[in-house]
Design a protein around this ligand. Structure first.
Ligand SMILES: Nc1ncnc2c1ncn2[C@@H]1O[C@H](COP(=O)(O)OP(=O)(O)OP(=O)(O)O)[C@@H](O)[C@H]1O
Length: 250
């Protein structure tokens, strides 16, 4: 299998602290891969390095074998490396349909101008309707994002990322804040994501990790500590010691 996303000897230091330590990592094409680790292990830092939010101290990041280490965030998105959205104040006042329309307009390179002329967008209605239906947002399509229950908000965040037609999707705690009663829906929508999108998931919730991921990497103190199939990781006593059995709860 070919790696769609790869890091080579990636390092990031904040002052004297090594938040990312010599991480050489591969995300295979079509992967369902989870990155786990105790609090402060460096998961968020690693994702921020991948998206280009922060620059590495040294090392390389490759997408489809080509270096992207120096590229801006937008250029990475254009090349298909997308992180799930976090609904913020900007999107909060928009409806579900408007948020999706804005993302699609951005993808097509038209941004806010095209968004203002929304009614003229050919093919947009169909694309939005498909996303609304695929992510179970039908009943809240006209609701403002800030009024959505957490489960629907998380699903919209994923739908917006999928609207960018990613080849690699980075998901940061897709079920965060979702009450137990709505979690199953989030899990089943995650399971139904397009199989050609390669996915790296950061997650604390072990049920979600083992339901979703077929491969797991464990970060400890910024370094890759273990990697394997979910079965191998579940039965690795070293991982149990540092993480799974370590009494870690968020
Ligand atoms: N901008 C920053 N400046 C200084 N230190 C930072 C910065 N960002 C992260 N760190 C430190 O780097 C280490 C890794 O943090 P990071 O947030 O990446 O871990 P994490 O695994 O995502 O943690 P959590 O599971 O708690 O979200 C921590 O010690 C953190 O305090």
């Amino acid at each position: 299998m070919t790696a769609v996303l790869e890091t080579r000897h990636l390092n990031k230091t904040f002052g004297g602290l090594k938040a990312t330590s010599d991480v050489s990592f591969k995300l295979e094409r079509g992967a369902r891969h989870a990155l786990i680790g105790p609090n402060g292990a460096g998961k968020t830092t690693f994702i921020n390095l991948l998206t280009g939010l922060i620059k590495p101290s040294s090392g390389d990041i490759l997408l489809d074998g080509k270096p992207i280490t120096g590229l801006k965030r937008e250029s990475r998105v254009q090349r298909g490396l997308v992180r799930t959205f976090q609904i913020n104040q900007l999107f909060g006042q928009l409806s579900v349909v408007e948020s999706l329309a804005l993302v699609i307009a951005e993808r097509r390179g038209h941004g806010w101008n095209m968004f203002r002329g929304l009614s003229r967008l050919k093919g947009l209605d169909r694309e939005i309707a498909d996303l609304v239906s695929d992510f179970g947002l039908d009943t809240v399509a006209e609701d403002r994002c800030c009024d959505l229950p957490y489960g629907k908000q998380r699903l919209l965040e994923i739908a917006m990322a999928i609207a960018l037609k990613p080849r690699v999707l980075l998901m940061d705690e897709p079920a965060a804040g979702v009450p137990e009663a709505d979690r199953q829906e989030v899990l089943s929508r995650l399971a139904a994501l397009p199989s050609d999108v390669s996915i790296l998931l950061i997650e604390h919730d072990m049920d979600l990790v083992f339901t979703f991921a077929s491969r797991i990497s464990v970060l400890v103190s910024g370094a890759l500590f273990a990697e394997g199939t979910s079965q191998e990781i579940a039965h690795d006593p070293r991982v149990k010691d540092v993480y799974l059995g370590g009494g870690h709860h968020d």
